[in-house]
Design a protein around this ligand. Structure first.
Ligand SMILES: [Zn+2]
Length: 208
């Protein structure tokens, strides 16, 4: 059995407590005033893309949603369990964040699975249907870059899927409303793990 990470995590917690409790009033203020994060960040569950570490954010600054491949589903008010949409609603209508940042990344396992999935493969319990949100990105990449190597195709798909999620954000009526009033900004960023660069993606800059 590999060595447990638990002692290291408990040690990390001691440092956190010393920094934010024993020597600071950060949490005293966050508890009495409540949280007022100004940005909602949607990123992947990938262990290499921790938004607070990546962006140097402190407690209370970022409202974070993490899911497989940082996807935003389209608005759908059926009575199923929509975890990402519920978090979006709370951040936008409850907390009133001013920016939504979708943070994608290279070497994404979810996108890799989507790109490599064969149509006749048996479906996974949850991942297949979830990743189908980005299926139009896969189809576009296969049509536009038939001769690219697999890594390049994945990277194109990672970026194209950001645009699908951006478009899906605009299907939520309370997001549309605030964007129309210029009260909410939408961003798509892409973290390239090979170079360390974060690319700011806009509809017109990616894809073609
Ligand atoms: Zn990922």
């Amino acid at each position: 059995m590999t060595e447990s990470i638990v002692p290291q995590l408990l040690d990390g917690y001691k440092k956190f407590k010393s920094q934010y409790y024993d020597n600071s009033t950060t949490y005293e203020e966050l508890v009495s005033n409540g949280q007022k994060p100004r940005a909602l960040l949607i990123t992947c569950c990938d262990s290499r893309v921790d938004p607070a570490i990546l962006l140097g954010a402190k407690p209370g600054e970022l409202f974070v949603v993490r899911n497989v491949a940082n996807l935003v589903p389209p608005f759908d008010d059926d009575p199923k369990h929509h975890a990402t949409s519920a978090a979006l609603e709370f951040a936008v209508s409850g907390l009133g964040v001013n920016d939504i940042i979708i943070l994608g990344h290279s070497h994404c396992g979810g996108i890799h699975a989507l790109m490599n999935r064969k149509e006749d493969e048996p479906q996974r319990d949850f991942i297949t249907a979830w990743m189908n949100i980005a299926k139009p990105a896969k189809e576009k990449v296969l049509a536009q870059y038939p001769n690219s190597d697999p890594l390049e195709k994945n990277q194109h798909c990672e970026k194209e899927s950001l645009l699908i999620s951006l478009a899906n954000l605009k299907t939520f009526p309370w997001i549309q409303e605030r964007v129309a009033k210029d009260d909410l900004n939408l961003h798509a960023w892409y973290f390239n793990m090979n170079t360390g660069a974060i690319e700011m993606c806009r509809d017109e800059e990616i894809g073609n």
